[in-house]
Design a protein around this ligand. Sequence first.
Ligand code: PEP
Length: 253
Amino acid sequence: MRKKIVAGNWKMNLDYASGVSLFSEIVNMVRDEKNGDQIAIICSPYIHLNSLAKLGGEVVKIGAQNCHQNDNGAFTGEISAGMVKSVGCEYVIIGHSERRQYFAESNELLAQKTVKALENDLTPLFCIGETLDERNNGSYFEVLKTQLEQGVFGLSAADFSKVVIAYEPVWAIGTGLTATSAQAQEVHAYIRKEIAAKYSNEIAEATSILYGGSCNPKNAAELFAQQDIDGGLIGGASLKSRDFVDIVKAFNS
Ligand code: PEP
């Protein structure tokens, strides 16, 4: 059985007090309302992580949105995977398209970050996705394959088995444009096929593959009902407790 996961990505939103307050609401609602074995995660800005892990880490897991590829040293402004782990985080997003686009993070760099996350016992939520041009010119399978090959397929089978993949078409992130459930399922099945070819059917069947891109309470149930979609990575809707928790519950509706 694959893990069913809904992970919120708050991005660079919410000051400290607002983040703690929103997280408390989410924890209470998830505790009262969740009726399945799905895992709820909030990936907050670094400043919240320590407090959130203490507030509700049993009910809602905590993740960072990035980590550095080195253990420590003269990297002013950066945070290592070990530091993230030390405050009680269990997850870290790696390779979000905004990191790729605005911070020029290459597949090679992301491969190093993934190794560091795993060395520090963090579960990487490794993001891949094509741009609108790449979708329109039909090169998207090739693009996704390269992101997998250069980003995570250098891992041993044992290490790859600890990774969660998030398919996030760049054209659907924060745009209100959602991939149709058929478009998303097509890509998720392709990703699983590539994992099977690289590792094994068993590993492919056990890998959770999340969809991200304007997922909301209205479309989540249909997306999550697809055979190869094991949950979601949620941006905008994770900033509203009711919307986020309704998405967490969408597996059961
Ligand atoms: C994201 O940033 O990972 C994301 C999916 O954003 P949104 O849900 O707002 O499209």
